[in-house]
Each structure stands twice: as C-alpha cells, then as structure tokens.
Ligand binder design. Structure first.
Ligand code: NAD
Length: 515
C-alpha cells in the first residue's frame, strides 16, 4: 500500500510562503507581470499566483548585470570569495527552509532535499577556496629577457538556465563559481520552481548587503518560461550561457548562442548505465542500482536507466532487484513523510512519458517485471505518483536508447565485456556510467579510452550522487559541459596570453628578422 495521507494544497502554500519569507531580505524582488504560479507536484495543484516576467525584463536584468560587472570585476577575487563564504553561512542557517521549498516544488523526499542544499553549502566552500586559486601558468619564453604567462579574467554577464529537478544545487554550481570568477549572473530558473529561486536570490542579496558587495545587478532572477531562456540566448551581452535541461532545450539554445559567437556550457539529458560483471559484489549492485534507478522518482540526470548484466548473474541480479522494488511499493507517497522513498513525478508530462515508454518497451519485446502503475490517484487526481518499474529487455531497442525522465530500469544481458561496452556506449547520451566488478583488469578497461564514453565513469557505485569536487558533465547529446569542481572554473573566465619583454632588445619569435 502506498503512503496515502497527503498534505493539503493550502497547508503546502502556507509552508512555502513561510519558508520563502524567512529567506528573503526586507524588500523582496517580486516579478510584476501576471500569469505565473507556484505549484506543487505533491497535490498537483497551484499554491498561489506569482508574477511572470517577459523578454523585456531580461533586457533590463542584463543591463543592470552589465553595469554591476565593472565594479565586481575590479573587486579582488579573495574579496569576492567573502560574499560566497557568507552565502554558505546563510545556507547552513536556512538549510531546512530551502529544503522545504525543494520538497514542495520539485517533490523530492526530505533527505534528498536536504542533501541538495548540503551540496550548495559544499559548493560555497569549494568556490571560496577557488577564489584564491584562479591560477595562470608561466611558460619558458624562447626569447631572452622575456616572460610568457597566462592570466584569467572574468567574462562579464553569465546567464544561467536551470531544470526543475535540481532547482538549487545547479544554480549554486554556476553562480558561486561565476561570482568568485568576477562575473555577474542573470538566472532563469525552471518555471516549475520559482519559489526556490526567489529564496536563493533572497539569501544571496542578504549576503551581498552584509559583506558590502554591490547588491544591484550582481544577481538577478527572471521568472518565466522558455521565452526568457531564448532572450538570454540571443542577448549579445550575455558572455556565457550555462544551460541545464533536456537535450531538446540544448539543441535550440546552442545554435542561438553560437550564431552571435557567444559561449555556452550545456548540461543536458543522460541515459546512464551500469555494467554488472560476473565477479560483482551483488549486495553493492542491488543497493547501488535501486538508489540510482528509483531515487528522486527516476528524475535525476544521472538516474540509472539501463542495467547491463552478465548472463551468468542476470537471473539472480534481476530477481534481487525486483524483490527490492517490491519493498518500494509501500514507500511511494508524500515526500515529507519519514518512510517515503519515492515522491511524485513532477507532472502529467512525466507520467505520460512513462506510460508511453512502457507501452513501447512491451511492443519492442520487453517484459515489465515489477511496477509501472500509478498510485494515489484517488487521493490526488492532479498528482502523479508511480511505482518504479523494472523491465527485462531482449536488447537495446529504440525506447531504451531514449531518456525517459521517470523511474524505469531496463535490464539487458551480455556475454563479453566488449559486448557490454558496445551496448553501454550505444546510446546518444554520455553522462554517467558504472561498472560493478571485483576484477581490476575489467574495471581498468571500463575506465580506459576504449571503455565508457561518458563524462562520469564509476566503479562499484551507482551512476547518481556525484560529489562536487570533481568536474560534472557528460559527452555526446549530454552537451560536453563541465561544472562545479576541478578546473571547471575556467569555463567562467577568459584566458589572456601575455608576453613581457624586460630585456631591452626586440628579438622576434621563430627567429624572424625584420628591419
Ligand atoms: P527542460 O529542458 O524542459 O527545461 C530546462 C530549462 O530550460 C527550464 O528552465 C526551461 O524553461 C528552459 N527551456 C526549455 N526549453 C527552452 C528553449 N527552447 N529555450 C530556452 N530555454 C528553454 O528540462 P526539465 O524537464 O526542467 O529537466 C529535466 C531534463 O534536464 C532532463 O533531460 C535531465 O536529464 C536534464 N538535466 C541535466 C542535468 C545535467 O547536469 N546534465 C542536470 C539536471 C537535469
């Protein structure tokens, strides 16, 4: 039996208002235009009306961000880091408030919502460290009396487009790093998560006031639909557009930015797989797979969607995963309830995509082994709660090669590691991957250039739940961007190569003589 008592829409609206008010500064930025609304997938209903902005608001926001850039660019990077340090402190203080909004707007269970805010706090710490480490290199010059070096400078206005499923963490990956690098930010959050966006903006503005950073124009939120994203893509003053969402979105945004010679950073859809070798520790496989495949109701970019299992262990692995999924059936429901592991899908579109994928999988020779049903329909007719599904597939058919943003795990057999890698790489997307094996040689082959073609390649853990210290992103239709850790800050800066002549002579490079 799923968890049946759901909170009322009115109580969710009250909780959302209260959490938002605690995060904002005295004069909140309220969008003026009509037509928007805050909603919750918990009941599928509107919480309250909210302003909706237009392309003209983007124009104004970019103008202000461009003006603020001049002063922010000249602020020393470690001083810029103090703003992000203060933001990190405020996030610690308001962790519960932001998590509350993430649960209300994105439907994440409490522990995952708190985890997402923790990720923001971790990113703040990382970005503060970066603010003292925006290193350039020096190279030996071929000319006597010369010094050759690289310096890194801010880009200007960074536009950030984010998806509903990580409504705060992805903002922080981009914004904390962009700010310490000396950029100003205009953010277009998902139209499904405006309240979390206003709360993040409120906390950042409070941090700016407290550390004496220029509050006006340093960061702006523009609420609205894809027309806002398009306006950001087309504005030549937006030096970098960092866009996170579906591959379909990236396909439209990237050519628009490229047409004006702008820069873009894309974090798009995934279709992530794990290979289970015969030597694998099956306890790890089951726990790692169930969390990666069913967690967040299958709505992570890194969700495990394909399990490629060696035929010697396929039956046992499938049986154990199906058994684990049967336990999940009682744990679908109100994401605020302690016992819930699977909250709602974000909306009707996700549910329709899941139904259609299951029908296509059956038509392509698949067999649903567990799950797939909608539950709690009587309690909340406008909300979409589903039992996560496991589908046995004869091979990698057309539906398996697509990302369906819902909890469906396709299980397929393999015989040789070469075959497993071919299946693994045989999809358009390239975000996250894993191999479960106790055989070091197999693990190394999967990690090598001839192995997984993804941006994230793991051994003996699932595909989801990445740490912020590593660069995050994927290849092929996932867009090729890298955000968060390692040297991904370089995407938010421009590089200048400098040659300094302190020798008093003027030797030319490559031995050229002239005059
Ligand atoms: P979506 O593409 O529908 O929307 C994402 C954002 O892009 C929203 O703010 C939306 O308003 C905007 N947008 C959509 N179409 C646009 C257009 N044509 N021009 C400009 N802006 C546009 O995605 P979603 O449903 O919110 O999120 C789920 C998708 O995001 C999945 O495909 C998931 O894999 C992907 N995702 C990827 C990552 C990653 O880091 N790789 C992280 C989170 C989500």
């Amino acid at each position: 039996m799923p968890i049946s008592a759901l909170p009322t829409t009115a109580s969710l609206a009250d909780r959302a208002r209260a959490a938002l008010d605690r995060c904002r500064v005295a004069a909140p930025q309220e969008p003026a235009g009509a037509g928007g609304a805050a909603r919750s997938p918990i009941t599928g209903r509107e919480l309250f009306a909210l302003g909706h902005e237009s392309a003209a608001d983007v124009e104004q926001a970019v103008t202000e961000a461009r003006e603020a850039f001049a002063a922010w660019r000249d602020t020393p990077a470690p001083v810029r880091g103090q703003l992000v340090h203060r933001l990190g402190e405020l996030l610690r203080e308001h962790k519960a408030d932001l998590a509350e909004l993430v649960t209300i707007e994105a439907g994440k269970i409490r522990s995952e919502a708190l985890g997402e805010v923790q990720e923001m706090i971790d990113v703040c710490d990382l970005a503060v460290g970066m603010s003292r480490q925006l290193y350039g290199r020096t190279m030996p010059s071929e000319r006597p009396g010369h010094r050759l070096m690289e310096t890194w400078h801010p880009l200007g206005v960074v536009g950030v487009i984010t998806a509903f499923n990580f409504p705060v963490a992805v903002w922080s990956w981009n914004t904390c790093v962009a700010l310490v690098c000396g950029n100003t930010v205009v953010w277009k959050p998902s139209e499904l998560t405006p309240l979390t966006a206003l709360a993040c903006h409120g906390l950042l503005m409070r941090a700016a006031q407290e550390v004496g950073a220029p509050a006006r124009g340093l960061h702006r939120v523009v609420l609205g639909g894809r027309e806002i994203g398009r306006a950001l893509a087309d504005d030549p003053r937006v030096a970098l557009l960092s866009a996170t969402g579906s591959t379909a979105m990236g396909r439209e945004v990237a050519p628009r930015v490229a047409a004006r010679m702008g820069r873009y950073l894309l974090e798009l859809g995934g279709n992530n797989a794990a290979v289970v070798a015969p030597s694998a520790d099956l306890d790890l496989v089951v726990r790692g797979s169930v969390f990666s495949a069913a967690g967040t109701a299958g709505q992570r970019c890194t969700t495990l969607r394909r399990l490629i299992v060696h035929e010697d262990v396929a039956e046992e692995v499938t049986r154990r995963i199906v058994d684990a999924y049967k336990q999940l059936r009682d744990r679908v429901g109100d994401p605020f309830a302690e016992s819930t592991l699977v909250g709602p899908l974000v909306g009707e579109r996700g549910y329709a995509a899941m139904r259609s994928a299951l029908e296509r999988a059956a038509a392509e020779g698949g067999q649903v082994l567990v799950g797939g049903s909608r539950v709690l329909e009587e309690e909340a007719a406008d909300a979409y709660y589903v039992e996560p599904a496991v589908v046995r597939m004869p091979g990698q058919t057309a539906v398996v090669r697509e990302e369906t943003f819902a909890p469906i795990l396709y299980v397929m057999p393999y015989r040789t590691l070469e075959e497993a890698v071919e299946l693994h790489n045989g999809v358009p997307q390239g975000l996250s991957s894993s191999i479960f094996t106790q055989d070091q040689s197999e693990a190394e082959r999967f990690l090598s250039a001839a192995g997984s073609d993804c941006g994230i390649v793991n051994v003996n853990i699932g595909t989801s739940g990445a740490e912020i210290g590593g660069a995050f992103g994927g290849e092929k239709d996932t867009g090729g961007g890298r955000e968060s850790g390692s040297d991904s800050w370089k995407a938010y800066m421009r590089r200048a190569t400098n040659t300094v002549n302190y020798g008093g002579e003027l030797p030319l490079a490559q031995g050229v003589s002239f005059l």
